[in-house]
Design a protein around this ligand. Structure first.
Ligand SMILES: [Zn+2]
Length: 260
């Protein structure tokens, strides 16, 4: 670990919550950026957990955004999906302020948008839960049957301009439908083995890379990660061709939908 990273980790660790919250948000983020600059270490994981547990409800919105962003910087060492989620939170907390005006998010965004990771020839699936892909669900428009998007409790169709906001609290996660309006997914296809579906192109890309890989590195995948919960038939080598064909069909649907 470089000395700058060690010092930043130690500085953050030794601060009281009050001191952390009193920091200028940009300075706080700078410290976290330095602390994670060396990649994954036990220290940064501890720091991530520390940042997550700071009670910041009464702090200024930008400080809360800085904390969420710090968590995203730690999370991306393990999971692009988690980091995307936390970055979204930071953007919401920043409100009218553009996050990029206060914090340097370029490298983080680039890392989150990276293609599925291959490490030493083995596909390393993102260890996020499948629900993290549900931040943006590609769905069938309830009005015109075209391709629509449900995100942040709003469903919007770019074709017929249908738009609806959900004002309830009941949600459904990890099922083959959108979380709020329970709309059918655009990317879904039946095979003789079972249904193959994805929430959006990011999810589809991860699925395809997973199924196509003959070698998989799943050391990081424990508990509720999306790949640990795939049905056994989807993981079986003997079904690879059938599942890949289904995924490629979904790839064509995704390309035609032009939602990216
Ligand atoms: Zn429509």
């Amino acid at each position: 670990m470089s000395s700058a990273a060690v010092i930043a980790c130690r500085t953050l660790r030794d601060m009281t919550n009050t001191q952390l919250l009193a920091l200028d948000p940009a300075r706080l983020d700078q410290l976290v950026t330095e602390a994670v600059s060396d990649g994954k270490t036990a220290n940064t994981q501890t720091m991530g957990s520390r940042l997550r547990h700071v009670k910041a409800d009464k702090a200024p919105r930008l400080t809360q955004a800085g904390l969420a962003l710090g968590c995203a910087r730690v999370a991306v060492l393990d999971s692009q999906g988690w980091a995307r989620r936390l970055l979204g939170e930071a953007r919401l907390l920043a409100g009218d302020t553009d996050l990029g005006d206060v914090f340097d998010t370029t490298a983080l965004v680039a890392r989150i948008d990276q293609r599925p990771r291959v490490v030493d020839g083995r596909f390393a699936p993102d260890c996020c839960g499948v629900w993290t892909f549900q931040d943006e669900c590609w769905v069938v428009c309830p009005k015109c049957g075209g391709a629509a998007v449900e995100a942040d409790k709003v469903v919007h169709c770019t074709k017929c301009l249908y738009r609806a906001e959900y004002d309830g609290n009941s949600s459904t996660w990890e099922r083959a439908c959108s979380p709020w309006f329970l709309l059918p997914l655009l990317l879904t296809v039946s095979t003789s083995l079972g249904d193959v579906w994805a929430y959006n192109s990011r999810h589809l890309e991860q699925l395809r890379a997973y199924v196509a890989a003959t070698l998989r590195d799943e050391r990081n995948n424990v508990g509720r990660s999306w790949s640990s919960r795939l049905p056994a038939w989807m993981k079986a080598a003997k079904n690879r061709d059938t599942v890949l064909k289904a995924l490629d069909r979904l790839g064509r649907v995704a390309a035609e939908a032009k939602l990216v």
